[in-house]
Ligand binder design. Structure first.
Ligand SMILES: [Zn+2]
Length: 299
């Protein structure tokens, strides 16, 4: 036993590999560009990264892969992936055939939840709801240091629930790629925040810049941030009412906005069905590395 495990984070633009030792320290890390749109090349690239890592460090005990989307429980074929080359493909089977060994696979939000709950921002918290506020909005649940997957493997996928307590101007809400309107993702993703600000101000800015303009006294930016924070609070309140997690860890590009960690605890009590809200709202500790670390921890 080497006590080393390999994690692969398969993304739309890059594939990352990390090898963790028995203390979850990273002993090797490498990223390459995803051969976009070419499924066979993606499988080959994953196998190539594993072989290269093991030729340097010796055989690992296990391999975990984090993917966009999930494999269908019914068919084993990939679904819900924003990397469309994967949709309908038996990714796990194909990688296993190529490597001649078994691998563990789950979606990237679950990997993020696992990494943050084992030794990240949620370490010590029994139940962690991990939220990605990025290009898309995803979520995963870790309980006692293990991923909660569920029979449909969608536990934590709150991004395609409707935004709760919608205001008049929020209904029916923007069209979503999933076929519905007004999904949480269409209000809380980074592009959604940028779209709101552009519509209100006529000026294009990334989420971090909008937050910084709000601090500098830009009234439109401040109003956009306040609306955004109220929406995040509404969306999280429904999760707290059902799951009551000890900690909610925020990741993804928008999670770098510092004021969220002051404002959300102040707004949440208006929506959570409790006289006090003790849920900790914390920023992810491992940033971009969470996906690949959590994938290794699957192994
Ligand atoms: Zn949707």
């Amino acid at each position: 036993m080497s006590n080393r495990k390999i994690g692969i984070d398969l993304g739309g633009t890059k594939i990352e590999i990390a090898v963790l030792d028995e203390r979850n320290h990273t002993v090797l890390r490498r990223r390459i560009a995803t051969p976009a749109g070419d499924y066979d090349a993606i499988v080959s690239a994953i196998a190539g990264l594993v072989r290269e890592a093991e030729s340097q460090l010796g055989p690992a005990d296990g391999i975990g892969i984090g993917t966009p989307g999930m494999a269908s429980v019914e068919t084993g074929l990939m679904k819900n992936a924003n990397s469309t080359a994967l949709i309908g493909k038996a990714l796990q089977r194909d990688v296993e055939e190529r490597l001649q060994r078994s691998v563990r696979m789950t979606n990237d939000a679950n990997c993020f939840a696992l990494s943050e709950s084992v030794d990240g921002a949620g370490a010590g918290a029994h139940t962690v709801f991990a939220v990605i506020l990025g290009t898309g909005v995803g979520g995963g649940i870790a309980i006692g240091g293990r991923i909660l997957e569920g029979p449909n493997r969608i536990a934590g996928e709150w991004g395609h629930n409707p935004l709760p307590w919608p205001r008049e101007r929020e209904t029916p809400g923007p069209a979503c790629y999933c076929g519905k309107h007004g999904c949480i993702e269409t209000f809380l993703s980074g592009p959604a925040l940028a779209r709101e600000y552009r519509a209100a101000s006529g000026s294009a800015a990334e989420p971090a810049e909008i937050a910084s303009r709000a601090v500098q006294g830009d009234a439109v930016a401040l109003a956009c941030m306040e609306t955004y924070e109220d929406r995040v609070a509404r969306a999280l309140a429904t999760v707290i009412n059902i799951l009551d997690p000890d900690a909610i860890v925020l990741g993804g590009g928008v999670s770098n906005i510092g004021r969220l960690y002051e404002r959300l605890p102040a707004i949440l009590p208006a929506y959570v069905f409790s006289d006090s809200v003790r849920t900790r709202i914390i920023r992810a500790a491992h940033g971009d590395s969470s996906g690949v670390r959590g994938a290794a921890m699957l192994a």
